[in-house]
Design a protein around this ligand. Structure first.
Ligand SMILES: Cc1ncc(COP(=O)(O)O)c(C=O)c1O
Length: 488
């Protein structure tokens, strides 16, 4: 950490005055010192909780203790080591359903590698055809956007609901229009298609309305609710909100284990999916000579091969860890920090009066989570290249994110890219990201993203603000010497 930044910490009185709720979250400071003490030992300022949550020391200890005292084999058998694994995996499924207040009669838990794997399971098996529609918000992670390729391959129509700058919200009225009214003949035909949206944007932190689930149901759609960015700081009650499919990456909630996500799906909706293949673990029987197979009748029909059976049980521990802290406490702290970051960024100016930051997304804490996207501006109001900020902030010990965060719809809306300006760009764009950006005459290739979570403190945020002021106030910047962008 640069000496410039270290030492400029502490809790400004103005912050505590404006966000008095912060005082009610002091239990998290104790955990920061003990369970997440590695951050301060390593002098790290971690501000990428939307990228990944952080694990507590207790989680690693629980994993180690379990493995040190048990013998766990491949779950596909009845021997003792296999049964030990199966029992823990089943316990994890029950713990997940209990966490979401979901009845096991209504919902099933399918373990995947991550949220993207859960999206793919739905996309490849959803019964798209030329009469069905795939409706999704422009604000979506690429792992949801990618489902459109399955829809396209089966001749279904894809419709995007736009995000509106500067707040980057999606208007209720636009959702209603995109879903369309359900005619009497459509009612007879059954399902009209799939509606997919994130409960919280991984780009702007916008929280989209959970009421859209019921709205879409009334219009005849199944709903895929991407909860990957929402769950780390918000509860979800599946007895109240009832989407057909919910996608989750567990490391985003509590850092560990990685490589384990899940699709939480309504059983009746699962029964309507058609898997394009079968594999070990998903079938009751298969014949080579007879060229037939029959799939299992439960969630295992969607779990290809052997589960990560040494890591899946860590999800149960992670959930009890989160519950013991209280998701509402985390949510409250994150809201206070988000509010202060927005206030301070909006107020930062160069000596000539020019603003130092351009925020993308909502400016207050209403209906938004703890993810803030912005660009820094130089004294001429030009965007400071996010690659420069990436390098300099990393050198100073900050973990934050730059780029478009796999959410091209939100970044297109944020940067004011229109359909007209994009026309032909894909073909003319020289096949590289840099070529594409030059063609569109964009001021930058993306934004800076700061996000808060369980171990965040006001000290972390003050350090960031201090770094930004010291490094970029009144400084003309250049893009000389920056390596070309290779990925969005
Ligand atoms: C909203 C959202 N959906 C889906 C994903 C994909 O998650 P994963 O990369 O763990 O599959 C992410 C990851 O950042 C996300 O933020």
């Amino acid at each position: 950490m640069s000496t410039l930044v270290a030492g400029v910490v502490g809790e400004p009185a103005a912050f505590l005055h404006r966000y008095p709720d912060y005082e009610t979250t002091r239990s998290l400071d104790g955990l920061r010192a003990t369970e997440y003490g590695y951050l301060d030992e390593l002098d790290q300022v971690y501000l990428d909780y939307t990228g990944s949550g952080l694990a507590a020391a207790s989680q690693y200890q629980a994993h180690h203790a379990r493995l040190a005292t048990g013998c766990f084999g491949n779950p596909h058998s009845v021997n003792p080591s296999s049964r030990a694994s199966t029992e823990l995996v089943d316990r994890a499924r029950r713990a997940i359903l209990a966490y979401f207040n979901a009845s096991p009669n209504d919902y099933a838990v399918i373990f995947t590698a991550n949220a993207s794997g859960a999206c793919r399971l739905v996309g490849e098996a959803y019964p798209f055809d030329r009469r069905t529609r795939f409706v999704l918000t422009a604000d979506n992670h690429n792992s949801v956007n990618g489902i459109r390729e399955f829809a396209r391959a089966r001749k279904a129509t894809t419709t995007y609901v736009p995000s509106t700058a500067p707040d980057l919200r999606v208007l209720d009225a636009e959702v209603r229009t995109a879903l369309g009214r359900r005619s009497i003949s459509a009612r007879r035909q059954g399902r009209r298609g799939l509606f997919a949206y994130p409960a919280q944007s991984n780009f702007s932190g916008v929280q989209h309305s959970l009421d859209w689930v019921e709205l879409a149901h009334r219009q005849g759609y199944d709903v895929l609710l991407d909860a990957a960015a929402y769950l780390p700081t918000n509860p979800l009650d599946l007895s109240v909100v009832t989407p057909e499919f919910v996608t989750v990456s567990w490391y985003k909630l509590f850092g560990y284990p990685t490589g384990v996500g899940c699709l939480v799906a309504r059983r009746e909706a699962l029964a309507r999916l058609r898997r394009p293949w079968f594999s070990g673990g998903t079938i009751q029987t298969a014949s080579v000579l007879g060229d037939w197979h029959s799939v299992t009748q439960d969630e295992s029909a969607f779990e290809d091969g052997t589960l990560n059976f040494l890591a899946v049980p860590d999800v149960e521990f992670g959930l009890s860890w989160l519950t013991s802290i209280g998701i509402e406490v985390i949510q409250r702290r994150v809201r206070c920090l988000t509010g202060w970051l927005l206030d301070r960024l909006a107020g930062l100016t160069h000596d000539n009066g020019a603003p130092m930051a351009r925020i993308y997304g909502p400016r207050d804490t209403m209906h938004r989570g703890g993810t803030v996207a912005f660009n820094l501006l130089d004294p001429t109001r030009a965007v400071i290249d996010e690659r420069l900020v990436a390098t300099e902030s990393a050198t100073a010990g900050f973990s934050l994110r730059t780029g478009c965060f796999c959410n091209p719809g939100a970044s297109e809306a944020a940067l004011g890219i229109t359909r007209a300006s994009l026309r032909g760009a894909h073909h003319k764009g020289a096949g590289t990201l840099e070529g594409y950006l030059t063609l569109l005459r964009l001021p930058s290739g993306g934004a800076i993203r700061v996000s808060f979570g369980v171990a965040s403190t006001i000290d972390d945020l003050q350090r960031l603000l201090s770094f930004v002021e010291h490094t970029y106030r009144n400084r003309p910047t250049t893009t000389c010497g920056l390596l070309p962008r290779t990925q969005c």
